[in-house]
Design a protein around this ligand. Structure first.
Ligand code: DON
Length: 585
């Protein structure tokens, strides 16, 4: 149980009136609630907090907490609501990873509800033979936008496990708000209208998808229209009545298997019945006095966030300054080293051995740190061919929830691309993922995000593809201090790592930490991606050091919560409109 923040709150309230303590001193030694030396300010709460990429889903999560539900109940309700209101990423037809802190047990759980390859999948399924008899990669339509592109969804099993083991509410209670939204509809925002327009072609391809996301006259939904999803309401009602069994064995399973069979898809009743979540031991690392608890394989996120922090701990970043060329240089070099290892060592731990202990060890990181020059960029030599996929937007989503008792859920889940495969299973309103695209087709072919992989990540029945999703809970003295996570494909790992650095190494508040421009280098290709907002002078210094810089669009969408001095501080990334953090008071 977290101690109620009465004393800390009372003290901080007095601070502005204290003649002897300045704000600057207060922020260093005895934090004021509002620190006027900073430009951006987190949301503050005392009784719990919800931070998600969609304001309607956040409001639902906060309402569940107000009704007496715990963080687990709230997180499931948010996840189901996002499947309705953020259909490009929120889902029940995808999968993901959750870090969960259970206060009563003082235990952090890494819940893997990643999709698995169907029983009929095989490593050559996305190759075909061309006219010259040569084995070539299948068309993009087949690889990413077909019934065949989907892996067996894990989201419902993940929510079910969580609710059954640690929830206080029933499926009926947590699904009720999402059912209402799907049945009655909700007002389309500019953000949703805009993404529906961008994805018009994909959404128009399959009749079962077209009838939901495109109007009968063929025109697109506009901001202010109401989007009703009756079939999705039916599916959510099945969950309310039957929980995960409805999805994996009952009425929903039957519709998925039938539609898959009709359209050359692979997912069968046997696949659905066989799906299981995996409860894994979190990756654990340290940075200063903080412990980083993050997702182990098959996500690469936790391993490489810890690896990069371990490398960077060998340098005095704080002295260099958060937005200095010197710090950006070192962070870039750490990224290159970590992403190079990612391409070789990561896979599904249920199928292959992964040297996690070495990758996350301080000794290995120290040696890697020694290899970094303080003045020159190291060329990412022997780079396998690869390109950051220029074609898809970043549409996974993350949300964080904490309740007044200290329970915490950090969930990142995905359909992979925006609206996944673009396939809606007839009669269910469920958008299917295209996460088979995260497998490695061959070690010399980059995945859908330009990432290289090894033979350990080839498609095999039942195998989970390597992921970059990085829900993270940083603890101090054993209690949650920071919950964070982000979408962004390959950039998720670097985005989350920079958030942790901004808070732990640069002592920034959550709002400033989130808003600070981000950088990304994934070793292959050898390009340092820079968000807008980094000074041209800094870029010149980086180029003089030998970095191959490239201005990129924004990276990620962090939804974070910090618990400090008896208060919840939260912040929704401004890079995505419509996100919201609510603090309960
Ligand atoms: O698991 C992964 O790494 C990807 N499927 C995540 C996809 C993603 O983040 C899409 N864009 N944000």
């Amino acid at each position: 149980m977290l101690i109620k923040p009465v004393i800390a709150t009372a003290l901080s309230l007095l601070l502005p009136f204290s003649a002897s303590i300045t704000y600057a001193q207060a922020s260093k030694h005895q934090p004021a609630i509002v620190d006027y030396t900073t430009r951006n300010h987190p949301v503050i709460g005392r009784e719990g907090m919800v931070s998600s990429q969609n304001f309607i889903a956040t409001e639902i999560g906060a309402e569940i907490l107000k009704q007496g539900g715990n963080a687990i109940d709230s997180a499931v309700a948010v996840g189901l609501a996002l499947a309705v209101t953020l259909p490009r990423a929120g889902n029940i037809g995808g999968g993901g990873f959750m870090l969960v802190y259970i206060a009563d047990e003082n235990r952090t759980i890494a819940l893997d509800f990643r999709e698995t390859a169907p029983l009929l999948a095989d490593k050559d399924m996305f190759f075909e033979i061309d006219q010259n008899g040569k084995k070539v990669k299948a068309s993009r339509e087949d690889y990413h936008f077909s019934y065949r592109s989907s892996a067996v969804p894990g989201t419902v099993a993940g929510f079910d496990w969580l609710l059954k083991n640690y929830g206080t509410m029933s499926w009926k209670q947590v699904a009720a708000p999402a059912i209402k939204l799907a049945k009655d509809g909700f007002i389309v925002s500019d953000d949703l209208a805009s993404i529906l327009r961008t994805k018009h072609k994909t959404l128009a391809k399959h009749p079962s998808t077209r009838k939901i996301f495109i109007k009968p006259d063929g025109s697109g939904y506009q901001a202010g229209d109401t989007l009703v999803q009756k079939d999705l309401a039916w599916s959510l009602e099945q969950l309310a009545k039957g929980g995960a069994d409805a999805f994996y064995q009952g009425a929903i399973a039957k519709r998925i298997a039938a539609d898959m069979q009709k359209n050359n898809g692979l997912i069968s009743l046997a696949d659905l019945a066989k799906y299981r979540v995996a409860v894994r031991k979190p990756i654990s690392g340290t940075y200063g006095d903080a412990t980083i608890n993050a997702m182990p394989a098959p996500s690469s996120g936790g391993t490489h966030v810890v690896q990069m922090l371990n490398i960077l701990e060998n340098f005095d970043l704080e002295k260099m300054g958060q937005n200095s060329a010197a710090a950006y240089h070192l962070i870039t070099e750490a990224m290159k080293l970590a992403y190079a290892d990612r391409s070789k060592y990561l896979g599904d731990p249920d199928f292959v051995d992964i040297p996690t202990d070495i990758l996350t060890s301080k000794a290995y990181a120290k040696d890697l740190a020694k290899s970094i020059s303080l003045t020159n960029a190291t060329a990412a030599s022997e780079i396998a061919p690869g390109n950051l996929a220029p074609y898809e937007s970043d549409e996974t989503t993350h949300y964080s929830v904490m309740d007044k008792d200290g329970n915490a859920v950090a969930n990142t889940y995905t359909l992979m691309f925006s609206f996944g495969s673009g396939v809606v299973i007839e009669g269910t309103g469920i958008i299917m993922n295209n996460n088979l695209g995260n497998f490695t087709l061959s070690p010399d072919i980059p995945d859908a995000f330009g990432l290289m992989g090894s033979a350990d990540n080839l498609i095999r029945p039942g195998r989970r593809p390597v992921s970059s999703m990085t829900p993270t809970i940083v603890t101090k003295n054993g209690k949650p201090f920071l919950l964070t996570g982000s979408p962004g494909g390959s950039k998720i790992i670097s985005t989350v790592m920079q958030q942790i650095l901004n808070v732990l190494a640069f002592d920034m508040n959550l709002a400033d930490a989130t808003d600070a421009p981000r950088i990304h280098h994934q070793w292959s290709p050898d390009a340092l991606n820079l968000e807008p907002g980094i000074s041209p002078d800094t870029i010149k210094i980086l180029e003089a050091m030998g970095h191959n810089t490239k201005t990129s669009k924004t990276m990620g969408s962090l939804q974070s919560i910090m618990y400090k001095d008896g208060l919840f501080f939260g912040y929704s990334d401004t890079r995505r409109p419509g996100a919201k953090t609510i603090g309960l008071n």
